[in-house]
Design a protein around this ligand. Sequence first.
Ligand code: NAP
Length: 446
Amino acid sequence: MLKGREGVRVDIIDRLPTPFGLVRSGVAPDHPETKIVVNQFSRVAANPRCSFFGNVTLGSDLSLSELRKTYDVVVLAYGAESDRSFGIPGEDLRGIHSAREFVWWYNGHPDMCNLAPDLTNTDSAVVLGQGNVALDVARILLRCTTELASTDIADYALDALRSSTIRKVYLVGRRGPVQAACTAKELREILGLKNVNVYIKEADLATSPADKEEMRNSRIKRRVYELLSKAATVHQENNDNDRKELHFVFFRKPTKFLPSEDGSTVGAMELEKTLLKDDGATGKQVAVGTGEFEELKCGIVLKSIGYKSLPIEGLSFDKYRGVVPNLRGRVLSSESETATVEPGLYVVGWLKRGPTGIVATNLHCAEETVDSILEDDRKGLFTDPSGPKRQGRRGLLEILEQKNARYVPFDGWEKIDTKEKADGELKNKPREKITRWNELLEAARE
Ligand code: NAP
């Protein structure tokens, strides 16, 4: 927006006192190269026409309708802060967490710093799903803690992982190796972990003509399948106590979470064997149950089957797809064919497209939304000579003052950043994240 139109002012509102969303709380601590994009974000924030208002929650500190009355353009970019669920028996047993909760926990998100997953009551963890988030979670459970110690992982998570008794991680997919949702680079990384033996059943690698067709149409699928096939043939070293195990479990659909013997926590997964069938409508191969069940013992389950966006008051929402209905980023009044465009309201990122794609995908997605905004601006859609002039930043500050909301400006974040980096330096980490709300707010004010 700043590049696209001279004189435009942009205010970024975030419910956290810290900026950068997924880069801070989603990207794995052992992927520092992915976080480099923060430098680009910080340059944008340094532009005098851009301001940051952290610690301001849309929905409680200010409403969408207040925002729309205050600004010519409102862009919703609040992502996907909830999780898909299975809706099967036992899902609320202790020891079952969504991958998002677990990721937020090890990344020091202040909403999950008290999660305290029990990593010491079991030697087996089950991760449900085979996307890149599932791989992140499995890798953090398996990676040597000496390697994690020099990352920006939250200190309490490093301590918990150091005393973890988990030696076996089962990555469970309802479909086969050709359909695994992860990408090759991430798969190669986990397959190459030191001190980890990888187990893949040869029989699961058999391919059907439909699988071959899928691979012909997708280089990523082909690469993923090749990597899994190669890993299946690697001779595994003797399993002494130092070596952990990563098991790829294909063609298994979760049907029940079973309690441990004393009922205090999850003790096993009931899985149904599946077959792949062509779904006539989409041409996709879908998993169908065979009626044959088995149990997989474990003491912790991490559900990694996708994030979910949440609606807010005054916003149309497609609850089946979990996105805001939109036309190239322009928010629509509903999902129906007669929907109209909501003037001045736009959407971007996972809230616009659903929870898929990497940082670069979101950059392209932002460009599309900004193009729509600039096009509407050229058409004069934001200048209504008969209507009241929108107050912009001045109006926002008035609302925040009325509600007694204490926002964190960008230089408040810079104070947090400086403190985290200084604390990190003492431990040879890029930063030691502050993980509690009150401590973040204190650091921002120091
Ligand atoms: P994802 O890639 O969509 O994977 C979701 C996984 O959950 C798939 O294996 C899917 O299987 C499975 N699943 C969904 N519903 C299920 C159900 N009801 N029962 C059983 N399994 C089910 O999502 P994600 O892993 O959360 O990742 C989100 C996005 O972030 C992706 O685009 C990912 O590439 C990206 N990301 C990238 C990186 C990286 O580049 N390093 C790291 C993390 C995340 P089906 O295929 O059968 O539906």
